[in-house]
Design a protein. Sequence first.
Length: 258
Amino acid sequence: MFILVSLLAAAAPTRATTAADSNPGFELAPTQAEAAAPAEHKWTGSVAVAASMSSGNTDKTALGATGQAENRGADDRWTAQLLWNYADEKGVGVTQRRTYGQVKYDRFFSKQFYGYGVLSGENDFNAALDLRATLGGGAGYQFREDEEWKISGEAGLSYIDENFSTAGDDQSYLSARLAYKFDCVVDGGKWTAGQWGELFPSVEDAEDLSVRVDSHARVTLTEKMFAQLQHVYTWDNTPATGADRVDELWLLSIGWSF
């Protein structure tokens, strides 16, 4: 999977740059006024929900929810995210039950370079996955962080422990972790789009390889409300016995930002 992001720089200013000018896109250093004031940690983020219900020839209920939050300080960053999806059909029972959560901490050593620690957990009813727990750390680079773009890449190691409901499929191993993330704002903030992805190639067995790619696009409806389309793609090269390697989930939801 290749992602190409082309960025066009603005023309050079015709007057001398002063301290009052805004920082360029790749500059994370605070202004003099900001440096004088203590850094304020504040959580920002969003939650979104999706639901559908049918009755008659088909009695089915489907629910979904996603959430993400970020606390950005002067030299560190906390992020958290959650995804939950559930579906039940009369006469069939549960047809989908899927949960994913992640907590991540970044510590910046320079304007762009940082170290990270990350913990995640996932279960997937259709994939016979009771729990996949991942704990890891490594280094990252913030290529750009401003009001229009946030682009970063990461590399490190993770320990993965997988528990399946099928017999003989449980396993645990040490894996490399390669990750990227980008978010962009279009049309003055009315439209936003983003994607993040993780690749876990085992360092013990070349066949143990998994991928997760989470993409979203949203349009602002009011100051706090938005509509969002989200696509989650997961690929496990060594799934549970009888399960497919690929899982895809689409969610069309209404959300609120804070």
